[in-house]
Design a protein around this ligand. Structure first.
Ligand SMILES: Cc1cc2nc3c(=O)[nH]c(=O)nc-3n(C[C@H](O)[C@H](O)[C@H](O)COP(=O)(O)O)c2cc1C
Length: 394
């Protein structure tokens, strides 16, 4: 049998702080620090704790050259090799269909991820997180207010020259764009007494995610022209849609086809199942779970990395693409007097399961949404100029 190391592996020396009653009873503080090696391999779902001998073996086995197991066994014990194979950090050449780690390692090799980006992506994902619960626990840990605990933030603006040296610039003239930008306010108050109309729905999706043209720049290489810029014109970010309340469209999960400007049904959902998904996707942020439409921005990494192979900037560029799409959705919704939002506090794993996405191929990066604004404000919004709420907030 021939073996090699998985393609991407970061080993983090981590300190785990634990409370130990035995240590407390022995007259000490009860707080114990444990140091351990943690393997972060992005073809695997979970982190793995390593023994020193395993770390040494992983450092001595090539991730590219296959080595005979018998030869490796001269330098590493069978227990170490078997343990690392079982953990999926070493993979065998003759992988069977059931050898999931080897298959996933092979897929990751073909996707051309930059190693550190792959680690950051895989291990930055959440499953079943309830952000209210996290906030509650943070509040319970101390009597001090948020500001008292954290101290003041860095200043709200950076000043690199004294006021008298600043070169004043002409004011921006009034314009439709100026008015639109001034009225963009992240919405946390949706009106569920009425549906999004089909016209509103189609307009928002088209303006934010629709392709205005397809260019064939070389045989078999097509790029899209949209209302937002995209690295390489590749437009790798897909819009997956969770419909809760849209006129004429059943609640459920869909994929938006940007060229045909059409919805592709993935799964029909009863209204309460759609509400459950909506809450789950945005980590239980109730105000965003109320949105009539959620749009999950999920990027097809392989398409970007096809061009930007193992590139230090590629993952960043993909995330920047998603930010542009979100702002365009905000502006499209705002022009129709609808509310819009974006959140990065999302349960990626739950979203992947719902839509059938493989995380290192097509990863949810953010959830946006839109719908009619409520007449009454029950949840805080940042509207100091009173663009949406008379008197303003924040
Ligand atoms: C990348 C990103 C992530 C955000 N995540 C959250 C979030 O998790 N929860 C939330 O309530 N708002 C979230 N927001 C919205 C911001 O809170 C909001 O933009 C900010 O308060 C400023 O308000 P404005 O958009 O009305 O100017 C996010 C915004 C961005 C751009």
């Amino acid at each position: 049998m021939r073996i090699r190391r998985c393609v991407t592996l970061v080993i983090e020396p981590r300190e785990r702080i634990e409370f130990d009653l035995g240590v407390l009873l022995a007259g000490e503080t009860g707080v114990v620090s444990r140091l351990e090696w943690v393997a972060l391999a992005p073809h695997l779902d979970d982190e793995q704790v390593l023994a020193d001998v395993e770390v040494a073996a992983l450092g001595a086995i090539s991730p590219t050259q296959w080595a005979d197991r018998e030869a490796l066994a001269q330098r590493h014990s069978d227990a170490v090799l078997d343990g690392l194979l079982a953990k999926g950090l070493l993979v065998g050449e003759e992988a069977t269909a059931s050898d999931d780690a080897a298959a996933r390692d092979a897929a990751l090799r073909g996707a051309h991820w930059r190693g550190l980006s792959a680690v950051a992506h895989r291990f930055g994902r959440w499953r079943g997180i309830d952000s209210n619960e996290v906030e509650r626990r943070f509040a319970e840990e101390s009597d001090q207010s948020f500001a008292e605990r954290l101290g003041p933030p860095p200043p709200h603006v950076l000043e690199r020259a004294p006021a008298e040296q600043r070169l004043g610039l002409p004011a921006a003239a009034d314009s439709p764009l100026e008015a639109l930008l001034a009225s963009r306010v992240t919405c946390r108050n949706f009106d569920r007494t009425r549906a999004v109309t089909l016209a509103e729905f189609g307009t928002c999706l088209y303006r934010a995610f629709g392709a205005r043209a397809v260019s064939e720049i070389a045989p078999d290489i097509r790029i899209l022209k949209k209302g937002s810029p995209s690295a390489g014109g590749l437009h790798v970010t897909e819009a997956y849609v969770l419909v809760q309340q849209v006129e004429g469209i059943a609640p459920g999960l869909y994929h938006y086809h940007p060229v045909d400007h059409a919805l592709e049904p993935i799964e029909a959902l009863a209204p309460d199942a759609a509400a459950y998904c909506a809450r789950r996707f945005v980590a239980a942020q109730a105000y965003y779970a109320e949105a009539h439409v959620q749009v999950i921005l999920a990027s097809r990494f392989r398409r970007n990395f096809w061009k930007y192979r193992n590139h230090a900037k590629a993952y960043r560029a993909v995330i920047l693409d998603a930010g542009h799409l979100s702002q365009t959705l905000y502006l499209a919704a705002t022009e129709l007097r609808l509310g819009a939002f974006i959140t990065a506090a999302i349960n990626e794993v739950d979203i992947e399961q719902a839509f059938g996405l493989e995380p290192m191929e097509e990863g949810p990066l953010a959830v946006c949404g839109f719908g009619p604004r409520a007449a009454q404000r029950t949840t805080i919004e940042l509207d100091p100029l009173g663009a949406m709420w008379p008197g303003g907030t924040g």
